[in-house]
Design a protein around this ligand. Sequence first.
Ligand code: PHB
Length: 397
Amino acid sequence: MTHTPVAIIGAGPAGLTLAHLLHHNYGIESVVFESRSRQEVEETVRAGVLEQGTMRLMRETGVGDRMDREADIDDAIELAIDGERTRIDLAGLTGHHMAVYPQHEYLKDFIARRLADGQPILFNTTVDDVTGYDDDQVTITYTGEDGGQLQLTADYVMAGDGSASPNRKLITELPGAVRSKHEYPFAWFGILVNAPKTQKELIYANSPDGFALISTRSDTVQRYYLQCNPEDSVDMWSDERIWEELHKRVSTDDLRVAEGEIFDKAVLRFRSAVTDPMQRGRLFLAGDAAHTVPPTGAKGLNLAVADVSVLAPGLARAIKKNNTDLLDQYSALAVPRVWKAQHFSYWMSSMLHTVPEDPYFQTQRSRAELRSVLATEAGRKYLAEQYVGIDLPTFEV
Ligand code: PHB
């Protein structure tokens, strides 16, 4: 049976970033298991904003070149209330930028780099069972591409297998473990459009008809979102209805949302969830397997990167120095940042969306909150700092 220091379940942001940090920063090998094909991983549509810390990590560990060449690196975002636009000068207020770089492009860069480094990613491979995490050694039982079942042993295992992770229950079944959830009374209808940019910077628009977000993918492909009902299905939104709603919510006399052929439509549910602790013995959770954030703040990928920025040095210290101090502190160090991201995503979501059933008092209060934030430099600065993200933690090994 083969042995690896770290088994990693899931070739998403958490898994691929952890594998890369272990190899690049500490020379530690790992095996990445992924149930989907490489093509599916590289084509799945997800959100697209990188925090300043994530951009920096990519540059400092040699995977930032394409991002620097191809991403839209912006100084600012815009918030529009009933067509009245306020520019949030991220660069001026924080000294940092943000990048619009879709998650699947991030994954492509990390996959290419790992394969170039000669390190394994087992695509089309399902993990059937994880055992031994409470003892001295982990055993992973898995079914490979050819249908045969195999086993691998590891010193540690990280489950980064997304919000439906079957491994999370190994932790949530522990006495005292918490799985805390929140559901929102709205969702997003996301579309991809062949169109030129409406403008260079992202627009977050709030109106009595609901929220809309104008984002981008390239000079010729745009990503737009519209607030919709969580029960809506794709066939309830004709192209005509989409354009009508987008113009009502965003377009003004001097700004018109760029139209084009719509080639992808999807409903995105809004959910928050936090798991605490994120570890049990030799098993660790990271990214969506541990926590989910609604898409408004685009924190999902960035939070996975923050988790593994603690986990990678923790594992390295345990493996190289036989010292588990940092690893034992993983949940205590990672969970507070998860709650901060939950708060920011919840705050942005509730402030920018209109809930038709809300009492008049709530609607007006929420409007006033948004106006207060935009009207003061302190308010804009708070929003900007949270948006570009607090620095990633760093630890000596
Ligand atoms: C996206 O482009 O997918 C995107 C951008 C900003 C957000 C969320 C999603 O806040």
